[in-house]
Design a protein around this ligand. Sequence first.
Ligand SMILES: Cc1cc2nc3c(=O)[nH]c(=O)nc-3n(C[C@H](O)[C@H](O)[C@H](O)COP(=O)(O)OP(=O)(O)OC[C@H]3O[C@@H](n4cnc5c(N)ncnc54)[C@H](O)[C@@H]3O)c2cc1C
Length: 464
Amino acid sequence: MAPSSAPSRGLPLDALRERLRAALGAELLVADDAGVARYARDDGAEGPFPPGLVVRPRERAQVAELVALCHELGVPLSPRGAGTGTVGGCLADHGGVVLDLAGLDRILDIDERSLLAEVEPGVINAALQDAAEARGLFYPPDPASWKQCSLGGNVATNAGGPRACKYGVTGNFVLGLDVVTGTGEPLRVGHRSIKGVTGYNLAGLLVGSEGTLAVTTACTLRLVPRPAAALTLLASFADEIDACAAVHRCQTGGVVPTALEFADRLCVRTLLDAGGLAVPVPDAARALLWIEIDGDAAGLDASIRRAAQHCRDAGALDVTLAEDPSTRARLWDVRRALSHTLRARWPRRSARTSRSRSRNCPRSPAPPASSAPATASTSPASATPATATSTSTFSTTPPPAPMSPSASTGPSPTCFASPSPSAAPSAASTASASASARSCRSSSPPRCARCSSSSSASGTRATS
Ligand SMILES: Cc1cc2nc3c(=O)[nH]c(=O)nc-3n(C[C@H](O)[C@H](O)[C@H](O)COP(=O)(O)OP(=O)(O)OC[C@H]3O[C@@H](n4cnc5c(N)ncnc54)[C@H](O)[C@@H]3O)c2cc1C
């Protein structure tokens, strides 16, 4: 294994490597240039930040051992799930260790009686959804990256997707977590039941903490009964305001959508240009709404018709129902691919290199504004840890004294990195102007060249 040329920044990586080889075996370590380079980026624009060392445990006990060693030697560590995050949270801007949790990928239990699943953090979201559905159950959180992202990453980012509208985000499904604290101490927080509500809500604290407080090694997640059926409609509008009015009408008019997604005119243009929207859309469309309703097959048709009527009352140009499951799936696939479609068309500028504070020390002063241009292109080698990060480092350095003396009731606050300022996209709001929509607004919008609907109308019908 050739040593990495990544800058060690004075970290005792050689000593750590030797200790880890002895404790865990060399096969769990990645230290060669090509190997660590694969961990230098996530799905966002930050980086490259090649780590000094990557460790890929297969067992939970190995995680605790690694964290304890990092703590002892003072080496910072960043947990990584599937690396689909877009804000650099799993990157080792510090040049320390990336802890790759993809190998902890077992579904430990699906308890049909208690309606819960216990999973290791590297399990892919889609794998749990499939396993739950096979038992007549349902795991609703569905970030658009659901086929790639890990459940540990979902918990750390409190990920949500279109279904957040009715069901909520990942945090609404976390009952308990097995974690390893910054000193390497394994800890179980939360409960195995919905009514388990006593005590400090430490699981709630860890949800969304972006790997800054502890490493999750197992998640106990709530499941719900699988809905019998679902129907999806796509409504097009001449104007974004009309689409928002339709959302309001649905919310106040007795419709409870499972999912409700909005695309503004730039996204509409991008989708139409990319083709394959699965249902036809009028040329004049400047905003789109996806509305999905699930539940008992019995009242479903009436509900979707009511939603369609609300859209028309708000001025919809067209309302089309995706009638069969494959058309429905294609409609959502197109929506889910929007981020990548936008990025392919307008590649991001180079990495943002400045953040206001070091993520390892809450007390470090913000760098002077002049040294921290928000969008300047800076090579990672020249960027100091204090100015070049948006990454969330799981600090293994000893903490300052806790504010309250409650050590026996939960983990001591062993990590002090602040969460990413550019937080992961939240889909909790009903008409969630998507992350994609946000990112497309921040890029300079080119003028629309054409407007065409090349979609096939098969599998669709206009609602009446
Ligand atoms: C095409 C695309 C669509 C997306 N759509 C959505 C969306 O609809 N909604 C949404 O919320 N997000 C979305 N995302 C962002 C991303 O997929 C989510 O944030 C996802 O939850 C990240 O999971 P991951 O396994 O890839 O985590 P990573 O990217 O590997 O890590 C993300 C953060 O979690 C921490 N982490 C990971 N695993 C652990 C662990 N076991 N213990 C402690 N900390 C850990 C990391 O340190 C890091 O801070 C999208 C991304 C892409 C590329």
